[in-house]
Design a protein around this ligand. Structure first.
Ligand code: NAD
Length: 505
C-alpha cells in the first residue's frame, strides 16, 4: 500500500478496512455520473486517508470533453425538469433525503475516511445535508411571484420567478456532503439542473450521494457529478454560455478567480468564501457558557470550518479566568483517527492547512503569545495539529490577520465596547461573528454595528436550512438556504399586460 508523504503507525489500515465493510459497493466504485451513465474514466486519481496517508480508493479522472458532455446533458434535461410540478420535484428531493438518512452510517464513514472529521460530526453532517433536500422540497412550491399595483392605467403588472437554466457547483472538502446538498437542493427545487465539481480530496462522498440521487428518481442529466482536475474541469464549465449560474464554496482567492471567469459570459454567481470570525465575550457573561460556546465555535470540524471563531476577544475583567477555563477544556480534547468514536479532533484534510496552523502558532509565540496545547501520548501523522490555545494575542500576529482553518484558538483582551467593535470590523472578511453578553441593549447595538452576514448572540449554533447563509465584504456574494437561497437559481421576469380595458372583437 502506498503511503503518501508520511508513515503513521497510528490507525494504519483502519480506513481501508472500514470501506471494505460497506454494503453499498457502488459507493466506492469511484465512477462519475454524466448523462445518466457511470463513467469509470481512462485514468484514475487516488483518494487518501488524511489521518494515515494511505490510499483508500481510486476515482475517475474526467477531462474537459466529459464536462462538455455533462453540460449538453444538463441542457437537454432542463425543459422536462422545469416542466414538472414543483410538488413532483419536491417528492423526488424528499426521497433523496430519505435515502441519505437510510444510508447515513455508510455515508458518514466515507466522509470520515476521506475528510478526517470525527465520525459523530460526520453523522451530523449527513443529517444536516439531508435537511436541505427536505426543506427545499417544500420551498420549491413557494417560488411566488408578485403583482404590482400599476403605474399605467388599464394595465396589470406581474413578476414571475423562473428557473435560470443549467447551474454549476464547485464545492470544498470540509463539508463534502452538505456543501453539495445545500446548493443542489435549491437548484433542483427551482427547476434547474446542476453539475457538481467536488473537491479532489473528497470525491467519494459526492459520488455516493449521486448514486442516491439516481435511486431517488432524479432524471438523467439533472444532477451530475464530474470529478478530476479542478482547473481542467472548471474551464469548460465556466466558459460555456449554457451554464447560467455558478455557486462556489471555498477560498476567497479561488472565488475571485471564478468570479472573473464567470464575468466573461455574465453568469449569476453566488460565493461562500473564507471567514475570520470575531467571538466577543463581555465580562457580564457566565464564564462556563462563554467557554463552551468558544469551544464549539472554534473546534467543530477540527477547526476546518468557515464559521470558526478566529479571534476570541475577551473583556479585561473576565480575561484571566476565561483563559484558564478555556485552556483546561483545550487540554482535555482527544486527537486521533476520526473513526475512533472517542476523539474530538481529527487530522487536517490537507497538509497545507496543518502547515498554516504551525506557522501561525510559531509566529504568535515568537511575538509574545502564550501557548497551551492538548496532551497526546501517541505519535500521530504530520496532518495532525494538536489543539492549541494562544493567549495574549495581538493584532500584529498572523493569526489575528488571517483565517486559520484549524484547531488553533487565539484569545485577545479588550477594554471597551467601542474598541472591540472597531477591532472586530477591521477585516476584509465578513462571514460570521459571535457576541456573548447578558445585556440585551448591548447585544442589539452590536448586532447592528458588526459588519458580518451572520451573528450568533449567546450561541455558537445557528446554521441550518431556513437561514440565509452568507457573508459580507470578501466573504462572498448571495445566500444559501432560506427563500433567498432559492432565488439564487431563479430569474425574475416582469410582464406588463396593457390595454386591458379594450373589448375583444
Ligand atoms: P479552495 O478554494 O482551494 O477549493 C474549493 C474548490 O475549488 C474545490 O473544489 C477545488 O478543487 C476548487 N478549486 C481550487 N482551485 C481552483 C481553480 N484554480 N479553478 C477552479 N476550481 C478550483 O478552498 P479549500 O482549500 O477547498 O477550502 C478552504 C477555504 O474554503 C477556506 O478559506 C474556507 O473559509 C472556505 N470555505 C468557506 C465556506 C463557506 O460557506 N463560506 C465553507 C467551506 C469552506
Amino acid at each position: 500500500m502506498t503511503i503518501h508523504g508520511f508513515r503513521s503507525a497510528h490507525s494504519a489500515g483502519l480506513a481501508a478496512r472500514c470501506l471494505e465493510k460497506l454494503k453499498r459497493r457502488d459507493f466506492v466504485e469511484g465512477a462519475a455520473l454524466i448523462d445518466g451513465c457511470w463513467i469509470a474514466g481512462q485514468q484514475r486519481d487516488m483518494v487518501i486517508d488524511p489521518a494515515s496517508g494511505e490510499e483508500i480508493a481510486d476515482v475517475a479522472r474526467c477531462n474537459a470533453a466529459d464536462m462538455g458532455l455533462a453540460i449538453a446533458a444538463a441542457e437537454q434535461s432542463f425543459s422536462a425538469w422545469r416542466g414538472l410540478l414543483p410538488a413532483r420535484r419536491g417528492a423526488i428531493l424528499k426521497s433523496w433525503a430519505s435515502l441519505m438518512l437510510h444510508h447515513s452510517e455508510e455515508l458518514a464513514m466515507l466522509v470520515t475516511c476521506e475528510q478526517g472529521k470525527p465520525i459523530t460530526e460526520a453523522r451530523h453532517e449527513i443529517a444536516y445535508g439531508a435537511g436541505f433536500l427536505e426543506w427545499f422540497a417544500a420551498e420549491g412550491e413557494r417560488a411566488y411571484g408578485e403583482t404590482i399595483p400599476s403605474h399605467k392605467s388599464g394595465s396589470l403588472l406581474h413578476v414571475r420567478m423562473q428557473p435560470i437554466g443549467v447551474t454549476a457547483a464547485i464545492t470544498p472538502w470540509n463539508f463534502p456532503v452538505a456543501m453539495i446538498t445545500r446548493k443542489a437542493a435549491a437548484a433542483l427545487a427551482a427547476g434547474c439542473p446542476m453539475i457538481v465539481k467536488p473537491a479532489p480530496e473528497t470525491p467519494l462522498s459526492a459520488l455516493a450521494i449521486a448514486r442516491l440521487a439516481e435511486q431517488a428518481g432524479v432524471p438523467r442529466g439533472v444532477f451530475q457529478v464530474v470529478v478530476g482536475d479542478p482547473i481542467e474541469l472548471s474551464v469548460p464549465l465556466l466558459s460555456d454560455p449554457r451554464t447560467r449560474a455558478l455557486s462556489f464554496t471555498g477560498s476567497t482567492e479561488v472565488g475571485r478567480l471564478l468570479l472573473g471567469e464567470s464575468a466573461k459570459s455574465v453568469k449569476k454567481v453566488s460565493l461562500e468564501l473564507g471567514g475570520h470570525a470575531p467571538f466577543v465575550v463581555f465580562d457580564d457573561v457566565n464564564i462556563e457558557k462563554a467557554v463552551s460556546g468558544a469551544m464549539a465555535a472554534k473546534f467543530a470540524t477540527s477547526g476546518q470550518d468557515c464559521l470558526a471563531a478566529n479571534r476570541i476577544y475577551v473583556q479585561r475583567g473576565l480575561y484571566n479566568a476565561f483563559v484558564e477555563a478555556f485552556a483546561g477544556a483545550v487540554r482535555r480534547l482527544k486527537v486521533g483517527h476520526g473513526l475512533d468514536p472517542a476523539i474530538d479532533i481529527g487530522p487536517m484534510t490537507k497538509a497545507s492547512v496543518a502547515k498554516k496552523c504551525r506557522l501561525q502558532i510559531d509566529d504568535a509565540v515568537a511575538k509574545g503569545a502564550q501557548a497551551v496545547s492538548a496532551k497526546q501520548d501517541e505519535s500521530l501523522g504530520p496532518n495532525f495539529v494538536l489543539p492549541t490555545l494562544l493567549s495574549d494575542v495581538t493584532e500584529g500576529m498572523l493569526i489575528a490577520q488571517e483565517e486559520t482553518f484549524g484547531p488553533v484558538a487565539a484569545v485577545l483582551p479588550f477594554d471597551t465596547e467601542e474598541e472591540v467593535v472597531a477591532r472586530a470590523n477591521a477585516s476584509e472578511m465578513g462571514l460570521a461573528g459571535y457576541i456573548y453578553t447578558d445585556s440585551l441593549r448591548r447585544a442589539l447595538r452590536l448586532s447592528e454595528q458588526l459588519e458580518y452576514g451572520m451573528l450568533g448572540v449567546n450561541t455558537a449554533s445557528f446554521t441550518g436550512p431556513p437561514i440565509p447563509f452568507g457573508g459580507w465584504k470578501q466573504s462572498g456574494l448571495g445566500r444559501e438556504g432560506s427563500r433567498h437561497g432559492l432565488a439564487e437559481y431563479m430569474e425574475l421576469k416582469y410582464v406588463c399586460f396593457g390595454d386591458l380595458a379594450a373589448r375583444e372583437r
